[in-house]
Design a protein around this ligand. Structure first.
Ligand code: ASP
Length: 320
């Protein structure tokens, strides 16, 4: 009995000292897509959080169809604060899209905080004939059998946006899944696919350089970095409104003091003027640092799950 008590005490002391020393080695940051917009947000934040947390981050891209592998990997990681995940709106939409999902977004994780909100744009290859949404819709109706819409697989934001676009214009298009919109963008630039939705984080520079055509912004408000680009809503696709958001997650059971340290580092990062400048150049905004908390992320996730489930159900899209 005494030995057992001593063992429990020693392990408590050990874990208390491990906690006090946390972090004393690099933190792995899982990214559910190939290098692209989510990866860019991850790397900007990893850099901004390095000083406040006191260690570096190793970004690990674990792409899969729709980004569902990385959260599953997080459920199997040690809950010691040395593995965390960035994910976006896909965390909220995949439960409605997949009949079988190996994680439960509201039960299987600890929540660190929200990072940013970012609109998407509907873009096309530079030599796609139509130059505005009206002409694009006419062109799609005449050529729908030949046209291809890229995305990052079922569960990705690009998929959700493309699905809503097809349902808004009542046309079924050939969709081409990639491991992220980064590789999809390469093919769009090369003219191998016709169009796609992607976060302004990736599209702003390409639009400004004239390397892609832009047909509209997916939120109800225009984007400050692209003021001349109209929204899809104002061009007639009434109510078209998707804003992507990112958050950081940790494995379930990660001790609260560790989550608090990660969350505090996130809030410091969100206050960093360099983050604001860099995000703004990319057409996105860091959230108010007050939302870089576990409560804010979990409640936003829950609200987004409740918002999107009926919309996805009505669209009748499922994956196994
Ligand atoms: N955000 C993803 C990426 O970084 C793609 C997506 O959600 O469509 O590639």
């Amino acid at each position: 009995m005494l030995i057992r008590i001593a063992a429990v005490l020693i392990s408590a002391l050990l874990s208390a000292s491990a906690l006090a020393q946390y972090p004393n080695r690099p933190i792995t940051l899982l990214v559910p897509y190939a290098p692209g917009p989510t990866d860019t947000v991850a790397r900007i934040m990893a850099q901004a959080m390095t000083k406040p947390i006191g260690t570096t981050f190793v970004v690990e891209n674990r792409p899969s169809n729709g980004g569902i592998l990385a959260p599953e990997l997080l459920t199997k990681a040690n809950p010691d604060g040395y593995t965390i995940l960035i994910h976006h709106i896909g965390m909220a939409t995949t439960p409605a899209l997949y009949r079988q999902l190996r994680f439960k977004p509201l039960e299987d994780f600890e929540y660190i905080g929200l990072i940013n909100e970012v609109p998407m744009t509907l873009i096309g290859r530079a030599n796609l004939p139509p130059s505005n949404l009206k002409d694009l819709l006419t062109y799609i109706k005449a050529n729908s059998a030949k046209m291809s819409l890229a995305n990052a697989g079922i569960g990705a934001a690009s998929h959700l946006c493309g699905m809503l676009f097809q349902s808004a214009i009542q046309v079924d298009l050939l969709t081409v899944p990639y491991k992220g919109t980064g590789p999809a963008m390469n093919d769009l630039l090369g003219g191998q696919v016709d169009f796609m939705c992607d976060q302004t984080t990736s599209t702003t520079a390409q639009i400004k350089a004239g390397k892609v055509k832009v047909y509209g912004v997916t939120t109800l408000k225009r984007v400050a970095s692209l003021p001349e680009v109209p929204t899809l809503d104002e061009q007639g696709l009434k109510g078209f409104n998707i804003a992507i958001w990112h958050g950081f997650y940790a494995p379930k059971g990660t001790p609260k003091p560790v989550i608090d340290k990660l969350s505090a580092a996130l809030q410091e990062g969100l206050k960093d003027p360099l983050v604001k400048t860099r995000f703004n150049e990319l057409g996105t905004d860091p959230v108010d640092p007050k939302r870089g908390t576990p409560e804010a992320l979990r409640s936003h996730l829950k609200a987004e799950m409740e918002k999107w489930a009926p919309i996805i159900k009505a669209a009748g899209v499922y994956a196994d």
